[in-house]
Design a protein around this ligand. Structure first.
Ligand SMILES: [Zn+2]
Length: 115
């Protein structure tokens, strides 16, 4: 993958699929980041291995989503969007919280409606 592949003019489909790969790899790196791991660790229930407390509804859950409180916005489709999106993905822990999948689904629904 070369940077010139992302410049306007070339194969748009190819460029979009390359950007989609950058996005999915970036998310993967983010999930391994110290900030992500820290927020996940802070959601853990002490003495109850594999269980977390949802920071929105307070319920106990085995499946925690590390969510951006201020949404990072729609998936980038070109290099300039990607450049703006990446720092939002790798934000500070103050913008991250561990929430259960129900709360995550409700929040995503609300955000979609706002657009
Ligand atoms: Zn919840």
């Amino acid at each position: 993958m070369l940077l010139k592949d992302f410049e306007p003019g070339g194969n748009v489909q190819k460029r979009r699929s390359d950007i989609a790969k950058l996005v999915s790899h970036s998310r993967e790196v983010w999930r391994q980041s110290l900030k992500y791991q820290e927020v996940k660790r802070n959601s853990k229930i002490l003495g109850k291995s594999g269980w977390f407390t949802c920071q929105t509804c307070g319920r106990e859950t085995e499946k925690i989503c590390i969510d951006h409180m201020i949404p990072i916005g729609k998936q980038p489709i070109d290099l300039s969007e990607f450049g703006a999106w990446l720092p939002r993905l790798f934000c500070g822990t103050e913008n991250l919280e561990g929430i259960c999948s129900d709360c995550h689904r409700d929040k995503s629904k609300r955000e979609r409606r706002k657009k």
